[in-house]
Design a protein around this ligand. Structure first.
Ligand SMILES: CC(C)(COP(=O)(O)OP(=O)(O)OC[C@H]1O[C@@H](n2cnc3c(N)ncnc32)[C@H](O)[C@@H]1OP(=O)(O)O)[C@@H](O)C(=O)NCCC(=O)NCCS
Length: 143
């Protein structure tokens, strides 16, 4: 399903925080999300479906690379292509350059999404998460 993707505005914060709370294990809290709105490196996009925020993505552009920090789709809106649309839109919004991200090694849906989009596992970060789980480091080479 085609969602409407646009840059997030501060009034989206409640909806973004609610999706994060419902959809992400140890996700970002409202204060952490609010901080991103004041971070000049940060790009935050939201997907709207049927008039409501259904997902978001957060990335930083640093030293010519795009670091994807967060992508989350409301549980009821998954498997409709919204995650893919959000990541594609973020990469486009950030301009050229390779992309990288960390993902929990147990996060099958997210790893499937990134692999489908051309990301490859290039390394592991042992005990990267506060609960001790390892992260996979995945990158996408882009012109
Ligand atoms: C990961 C996540 C963002 C995917 O969002 P989504 O909107 O459901 O993903 P899409 O519908 O765009 O999926 C695109 C492709 O990714 C793969 N994929 C996505 N979810 C999958 C799943 N549960 N199982 C297997 N493959 C999956 C499929 O190849 C899918 O294409 P298809 O539906 O044509 O088969 C979503 O599951 C989510 O919000 N998870 C919780 C938050 C999270 O873990 N974020 C990642 C942090 S690194």
């Amino acid at each position: 399903m085609q969602a409407q993707i646009r840059p997030a505005v501060p009034s989206d914060l409640d909806a973004i925080a609610a999706i994060e709370d419902a959809g992400m294990r140890n996700g970002w809290n409202r204060a952490q999300l609010a901080e991103e709105f004041g971070n000049s490196k940060s790009r935050i996009l939201v997907a709207r479906l049927k008039g409501q925020v259904a997902g978001h993505v957060v990335g930083w552009r640093i030293a010519g690379e795009v670091h994807i920090l967060d992508v989350c789709v409301a549980p009821s809106a998954r498997r409709q292509g919204i995650g893919k649309q959000l990541v594609s839109a973020l990469l486009k919004a950030c301009g050229p350059g390779d992309a990288l991200l960390e993902v929990r090694k147990s996060n099958v849906p997210a790893i499937a999404l990134y692999t489908r989009m051309g990301f490859e596992e290039v390394g592991r970060r042992p005990r990267y998460y506060s609960d001790g789980e390892d992260a996979l480091l995945m990158t996408l080479e882009r012109p």
